[in-house]
Design a protein around this ligand. Structure first.
Ligand SMILES: Nc1ncnc2c1ncn2[C@@H]1O[C@H](COP(=O)(O)OP(=O)(O)O)[C@@H](O)[C@H]1O
Ligand SMILES: [Mg+2]
Length: 318
């Protein structure tokens, strides 16, 4: 059994009359890689602040395992703009001390491509003030990782990073996780959660709608996507319909009547739909005498699953 690091029990937070968090419970254990997803304003930052005990819950309880070393990267770093990278990240260690420290070497190499921090005008002696948001985030993260926390909590960590920085960042986080650290991060990039997290928490208007693997979340969305091409008259017989023209309104209307549809998008000859029972939908398609070409049936991506789950919730509570 992995050691439990943090417990969040029925935590709620209200601002004015609005619930920022509403009865959220979750546990974080050693080795967890948790992605918290939600739209802007759904409560990700609030949850992170409660979980890290940066802020008190109105009701409910947050417990940290005794001796927990927590490293938190909030949305706005607290780096001193007048300080150098050296001062913020390495502190007062002499060059021969930090350059001989495997931990510091690993972190600087992983996040910046080398001890001399190529890409930064004066390497470790670069002053922080004028750096970009993405650079500052990497510096704040380096500082945090050198402290060797048991649990790393990151709020929208890759905001402002370019593709290269983002990849270096996630490679570093994977290494950290492989060394046994737990990682919990909030993101609105669902593909990041899909790729990195082994557990995804879906927040929606302050409530936890789902907590499971990306595969479980996709299954919970309960839909699959279907794509195919249709000639203009849909029969594929080559008669009727004009080559080069798209699917006409009458045919689109028949498609809209297919069973179990949740979405339908017709573009030229191509139809894309989501269905809560893709087998039955495809069966009905043939039943209409239509002849789909290039048929593809696939599970939803995490982003589509997220939209399906949150829209179902919106419909339920409307
Ligand atoms: N101290 C506060 N005062 C007023 N509104 C707040 C405060 N803290 C958070 N909010 C609001 O609560 C909602 C949830 O915020 P947040 O947790 O930051 O969401 P997320 O990080 O998912 O975008 C947002 O609409 C935010 O504007
Ligand atoms: Mg936020």
């Amino acid at each position: 059994m992995a050691v439990n690091l943090v417990n969040v029990e029925a935590v709620s937070k209200v601002y004015g009359t609005r619930a920022l968090l509403d009865g959220v419970s979750l546990g974080v254990s050693e080795g967890d890689r948790i992605g918290v997803v939600g739209r802007n304003g759904d409560g990700k930052t609030t949850l992170i602040r409660m979980l890290a005990k940066l802020e008190e819950a109105d009701t409910g309880r947050v417990t940290h395992n005794g001796g927990l070393q927590l490293g938190v990267l909030t949305q706005h770093d607290s780096l001193d703009p007048t300080a150098t990278v050296r001062h913020e990240v390495i502190g007062d260690l002499a060059d021969h001390e930090w350059a001989g420290n495997a931990k510091i070497r690993d972190v600087l190499t992983g996040l910046f491509g080398g001890l001399d921090m190529p890409g930064f005008p004066q390497g470790v002696d670069t002053v922080i003030g004028p750096l970009s948001g993405g650079e500052r985030r990497r510096i704040a993260l380096a500082k945090l990782l050198i402290g060797e926390p048991d649990l790393i909590v990151l709020d929208e960590p890759t905001t402002g990073m370019d593709v290269t920085a983002r990849q270096a960042f996630w490679a570093t986080m994977r290494e950290q996780a492989d060394q046994g650290r737990a990682v919990l991060f909030a993101t609105h990039y669902l593909e990041e959660a899909d790729a990195i997290a082994d557990r995804v928490l879906v927040l929606h208007r302050g409530r936890l709608l789902a907590d499971g693997t990306a595969a479980e979340i996709k299954a919970k969305a309960g839909a699959r996507k279907v794509a195919f091409d249709l000639p203009a008259d849909g029969t594929g017989s080559g008669t009727g319909g004009t080559p080069g023209t798209g699917i006409d309104a009458a045919l689109a209307e028949r498609l809209r009547a297919l069973p179990h549809l949740t979405t339908l998008d017709v573009s030229g000859h191509t139809v894309r739909l989501q269905s809560t029972d893709a087998d039955a939908t495809v069966h009905a398609l043939y039943g209409l005498g239509l002849y789909p070409r290039n048929l593809e049936v696939a599970g939803l991506g995490l982003e589509q699953a997220f939209v399906a789950i949150t829209e179902a919730e919106e419909a339920r509570t409307r």
